[in-house]
Design a protein around this ligand. Structure first.
Ligand SMILES: C[S@@+](CC[C@H](N)C(=O)[O-])C[C@H]1O[C@@H](n2cnc3c(N)ncnc32)[C@H](O)[C@@H]1O
Length: 234
């Protein structure tokens, strides 16, 4: 195991599994976080910055269920923004769930397929999909609906904006990113998109109980630096 430390949010370290690879990985739905950590570090920094931006705009979160928690980077950021708030963690990959237990000894950790999870009793559910877009609704939609129903706030990672930045809106049959994110309002009863934090290759979509307010589009979150421990990892 190696130790990673990052500075902006404090000095708590995070362990990652030894099976880290340094070649650029093709990401698919089930790629474990530690397998592409080496080559996608700048993406992870940007995503963590966006996640922090989202969290800083939420009030009174009383628990987190991080359902695709990887090695726990996102959970560490949560812990810094909401200290002392209970965290439940899950990752299908046993190497990730093992390392999550080491990184978060106080938390409940499980290793299930996200499609089999019960989210009941979670105030905030975060599902950090590797490559979810509305075109995969047939595969992920049921899980998203279940998580939305069981939680007050649901945050999911949606990769469609990667295509939007290349002018590829037509693939989703929409005229603008706003139209695309509004599809969530149509498909998820009782929840509306309240924030979208676009960090380039994906966006965090925040769904909250129906409210009159229009979505806030957060675009300028600062990436979070990640510094390596004394042994280094790359
Ligand atoms: C983008 S990564 C999450 C990174 C995480 N936010 C972090 O801070 O390290 C997505 C994770 O989902 C896990 N995963 C993939 N398919 C899954 C499934 N069906 N159920 C649960 N976890 C899954 C992968 O092992 C991977 O670690």
């Amino acid at each position: 195991m190696y130790s990673i430390e990052y500075s902006i949010l404090g000095c708590k370290s995070l362990l990652i599994p030894r099976s880290l690879k340094d070649a650029r990985e093709n990401i698919n739905d089930a790629t474990p976080q530690h397998q592409f950590l080496g080559s996608h570090l700048s993406d992870i920094r940007k995503e963590l910055g966006a996640w922090r931006g989202v969290l800083e705009n939420l009030e009174d979160v009383s628990s987190l269920f991080d359902a695709m928690a990887g090695c726990g980077f996102s959970a560490r950021v949560f812990e810094q923004v909401f200290p002392g708030v209970p965290i439940r963690l899950n990752d299908l990959d046993p190497a990730c769930s093992h390392i999550l237990t080491a990184n978060f000894p106080e938390s409940d950790v499980c290793s299930k397929d996200v499609r089999q999870l019960e989210f009941d009793g979670s105030d905030l559910v975060f599902i950090d999909f590797n490559s979810m877009t509305m075109r995969k609704w047939g595969f992920w939609g049921e899980t998203i609906l279940k998580a939305a129903e069981a939680s007050r706030i649901l945050v999911i990672t949606d990769s469609a904006c990667y295509g939007f930045h290349m002018g590829n809106l037509k693939a989703y049959g929409v005229e603008s990113p706003h139209d695309y994110y509004r599809l969530y309002n149509e498909r998820i009863p009782g929840k509306n998109v309240s924030m979208v934090a676009d960090f380039g290759n994906a966006a965090l979509v925040v769904l909250e109980d129906v409210s009159a307010r229009s979505p806030v589009f957060l675009v300028s979150s600062e990436p979070i630096p990640i510094h390596y421990g004394p042994r280094g990892i790359l």
